[in-house]
Design a binder for this molecule. Structure first.
Ligand code: UVW
Length: 383
């Protein structure tokens, strides 16, 4: 994790939406925050212990399993998918696997290029390094392992040696660990992925038969950053805070930025800033995180947003709104909106505030790993 100067503020936004006044100089000194493990203290370098996640309350029904089982066919034998409630199934055709990225038109990309004002470039990725990772600890730490070093004789047969050597790595990176993009096959509900593809098209050996990260591909688009801590005059939103559509609309209005069809929506909660401060102080980070509520999903759908990113672990608030992964289900499964998680948005937010703009050009390129459920990304925002 990158280090950052500690922040100071007088208010925090609480989980019930009210703002609690305090004169804290230490933004992480939150009393009463339950520890995820119940243990009073932990090593700075120990991973966060995630609690056992509850099983979904939507079991895969036998009649929903199997490729196209239960889907009616039209007169030419093409699958007509059951519509998802308030979602995008079928909108870009029965075989579509790119979802809301289809909202990004070439004309929109050209317009997005005109968003560049200062020419400053911001990486939105966390450093990929062994060590403490924001939730979830079962994903493990990334590893850079040396394959050959310049002192090895690997290339002697190629007339290496002497004053010429070579260093090479093997990288082992969990696809949903640090800054990453969720493929549309990441989450299923009632046995279906986005566009109604059966969840059993995902196999252990081959991965996703449908909606893998390779189907999303690289994209560039106009992005809008909504800096909620700045909007609420707080260093970060409280763990568990449920961001509403009204919060997003109010923040956009205050920032004077218009959200357009095809835009990427970047939501800053301050979670990673709080996480760093807690990590540095040796406290136990809470498993609770601020994030989008189901109410905020309406904002995303109504504005035809192509992709949502945030500086938290799951875009959505934890504890989850309504049910396990409810916002993932509403965005990934029902709407086909890919998610960008653990984005480092603080430098971008500061740069944008200085530049007096909250829109920019965003370029994102997931690794084209066939059948993968997600990919590490290094998104680039150009202001
Ligand atoms: C979950 O929230 C389960 O995964 P991700 O953080 O990759 O969205």
């Amino acid at each position: 994790m990158r280090r950052r100067a500690s922040t100071t503020s007088s208010t925090t936004c609480t989980t019930d939406g009210s703002r609690a006044g305090s004169s804290r100089s230490d933004p992480v000194a939150r009393s009463g925050t339950p520890s995820a493990t119940g243990s009073p203290s932990r090593s700075v370098h120990a991973p966060i212990r995630s609690p056992v996640l509850p099983l979904p309350r939507y079991p895969v029904h036998r009649e929903d399993r199997g490729r196209h089982d239960g889907d009616p066919l039209d007169r030419r034998g093409r699958v007509v998918r059951r519509p998802a409630p308030a979602g995008n199934w079928g909108r870009w055709g029965a075989e579509d696997e790119r979802g809301a990225l289809n909202l990004i038109e070439p004309e929109g990309v050209r317009t997005a290029a005109h968003e560049v004002r200062t020419g400053r470039t911001y990486s939105l990725a966390l450093p990929i390094a062994r060590g403490n990772q924001p939730a979830f600890d079962f994903r493990g730490s990334p590893q850079r392992l040396t394959l050959v070093s310049q002192t090895d004789a690997m290339y002697d047969g190629f007339e290496g040696g002497g004053d010429v050597g070579s260093n090479e790595d093997v990288l082992i990176i969990p696809s949903h660990n640090l800054t990453h993009m969720d493929a549309l096959c990441h989450v299923q509900a009632k046995g279906r992925f986005y566009n109604g593809f059966p969840a059993d098209t995902f196999r252990s050996h081959t991965g996703a038969g449908r909606c893998g990260i390779d189907k999303l591909g690289a994209f560039a688009t106009r992005a809008v950053l909504l800096d909620l801590p700045r909007h609420f005059d707080t260093p970060y939103l409280e763990g568990g805070y449920r961001i509403t559509a009204a919060d997003l609309a109010g923040c956009a209005e205050r920032q004077g930025v218009e959200v357009r069809s095809g835009d990427a929506l970047l939501v800053r909660t301050g979670y990673l800033d709080e996480y760093r401060a807690i990590e540095a102080s040796g406290r136990e980070p809470s498993f609770a995180q601020p994030g989008l509520s189901l109410d905020a999903v309406d904002y995303v759908r109504a504005r035809e947003i192509s992709v949502v990113g945030a500086d938290n672990s799951a875009i959505e608030c934890i504890p989850f709104d309504d049910r396990f992964l409810s916002v993932h289900i509403a965005l990934l499964v029902e709407s086909g909106v890919p998610l960008l998680e653990h984005l480092w948005l603080t430098d971008l937010a500061e740069g944008m505030a200085q530049a007096g703009t909250y829109s920019c050009l965003l370029c994102v390129s997931p690794l084209p790993v066939t059948g993968a459920t997600g990919s590490p990304i290094n998104p680039v925002a150009i202001v």
